[in-house]
Design a protein around this ligand. Structure first.
Ligand SMILES: [Zn+2]
Length: 429
């Protein structure tokens, strides 16, 4: 208890010290009558206040923060009541930054405004000097178009790392190509190019990738183009199509887990031999995706759950019937999320990776039936998703012309040669 008290006092001391320090500086500035430049942030001139910046700590609440800063419980209660329609104050979370604007000249240095930043773009302002009001705002975001490219030496992630690019691009590209390229089998020498937009605040601070507008992948010496196009301006539906207006989506995803989580540990193999069984042939009619315990397992296509049970070597499993031709099954789940008869959409979570039944490690065994026969999904020519609307095809082809020219003109960035220090020294000499 005593240590906790000491910590609280220490924190209070830091907060007051911060307030005081800023004020001291401003007092001096006032005495020499120097016009201070306006520092605008959150729509305030910060020079008009004593500014305290801090981070929400574990166990902090809006009330605790204000009480620490000499705002009484009654006022806190009023603020919570009056602002609850704009912002639920109980939602402030540890680790997020907040700013207090304290009144200048107030001997207690009480704040008159609390600004909370749930993310790097949005902020919530709660004013409580004379009257109480709250509003949400966003910092102005500048969208900048960028280009990137690279060659695969081992994986897409490491190619992006080598080029100093965000891993978000790997996730987004693997989503765009989730139906067309087997990302588990990228080849050395595969190339990618991408046109994307990135979000900036204050002109220089990147707050992440906005979206990919066009992409190109050379896989197995075959080109794969992808262009984003809005097919429904009312509902803002966007999709990716290739250079011939063919939808990149297919009726089936290539994997029952998101690319970033997994690796394939065992493929469909009718001649698999297992030592444990005296080296007898034990065909493996599924594809095993190794992934950490609890990784979401997704349905690879729309369909209806026809089995959801725990049985023998399968452990917890779910079987989804997609149509009269195709059925898929997902084994060894830690937990199932769906019941028999439930309709599931492509990408819906149906359970979580576990190791129930016969397994030696956490993975999902993915089984794929075509006309009642188990087949290798990676070897199937799977049905296409809906094609682009005929009325839109012409405008699409027109729209992608300059984008395609732009992406074709991107020169592939070759991976930098590793220069070890010895080489560098000899080259200087
Ligand atoms: Zn398996």
């Amino acid at each position: 208890m005593r240590i906790e008290k000491i910590i609280v006092f220490a924190l209070l001391a830091i907060v007051f010290y911060a307030c005081e320090k800023v004020e001291e500086k401003q007092d001096i500035a006032e005495k020499v009558v120097v016009e201070e430049p306006e520092i605008m942030e959150f729509g305030f001139n910060l020079n008009d206040f004593i500014v305290v910046r801090d981070t929400v700590r574990n166990g902090d609440s809006f009330g605790k923060i204000l009480e620490k800063n000499n705002i009484g419980y009654g006022t806190v209660f009023n603020i919570v009541e009056k602002t609850k329609d704009t912002f639920d104050i109980s939602k402030i979370t540890a680790g997020k930054p907040y700013t207090l604007l304290c009144t200048k000249g107030d001997s207690l240095q009480r704040p008159e405004c609390f600004i909370y930043q749930p993310n790097s773009i949005e902020y919530v302002v709660i004013k409580f000097k004379d009257s109480i009001n709250a509003y949400k705002e966003s910092k102005p975001v500048k969208i900048v178009q960028k280009e990137a490219s690279g060659v695969i030496t081992s994986s897409l992630s490491s190619a992006l790392d080598d080029a100093g690019l965000s891993q978000r691009l790997a996730y987004d590209m693997s989503d765009i190509y989730a139906w067309t390229i087997d990302f588990f089998r990228l080849q050395k020498g595969d190339e990618f190019k991408v046109i994307y937009t990135e979000k900036y605040i204050n002109d220089t601070t990147s707050v992440g990738i906005d979206r990919i507008h066009a992409a190109y992948f050379k896989h197995n010496n075959e080109p794969f183009y992808a262009f984003e196009f809005e097919t429904d301006s009312v509902n803002k539906v966007k999709d990716y199509y290739d250079e011939n207006a063919k939808n990149l989506r297919r009726a089936f995803l290539k994997a029952p887990v998101r690319y970033k989580h997994v690796r394939i540990s065992s493929r469909y193999n009718l001649r698999r031999r297992i030592k444990l069984y005296g080296n007898r042939v034990r065909p493996h009619k599924g594809t095993d995706f190794a992934a950490p315990m609890g990784t979401p397992i997704i349905s690879t296509a729309n369909g209806v759950v026809v089995e959801s049970a725990r049985r023998g070597g399968n452990g917890n499993y779910v079987k989804v019937k997609h149509n009269s031709t195709y059925t898929t099954q997902y084994l060894h789940m830690k937990k199932r999320k769906v019941k028999v008869g439930e309709f599931v959409k492509q990408g819906d979570v149906i359970g979580w990776v576990g190791m129930t039944g016969n397994t030696s490690g956490p993975h999902v065994c993915y089984r794929f039936w075509k006309n009642g026969k188990q087949v290798d999904p990676f070897k199937q020519k799977l049905p296409d998703a809906d094609p682009i609307d005929a009325t839109l095809k012409e405008s699409y082809l027109e729209y992608i012309q300059p984008l395609k020219a732009q992406i074709d003109a991107i020169k592939i960035q070759l991976p930098k040669e590793d220069i070890n220090e010895e080489d560098a020294i000899t080259s200087i000499n």
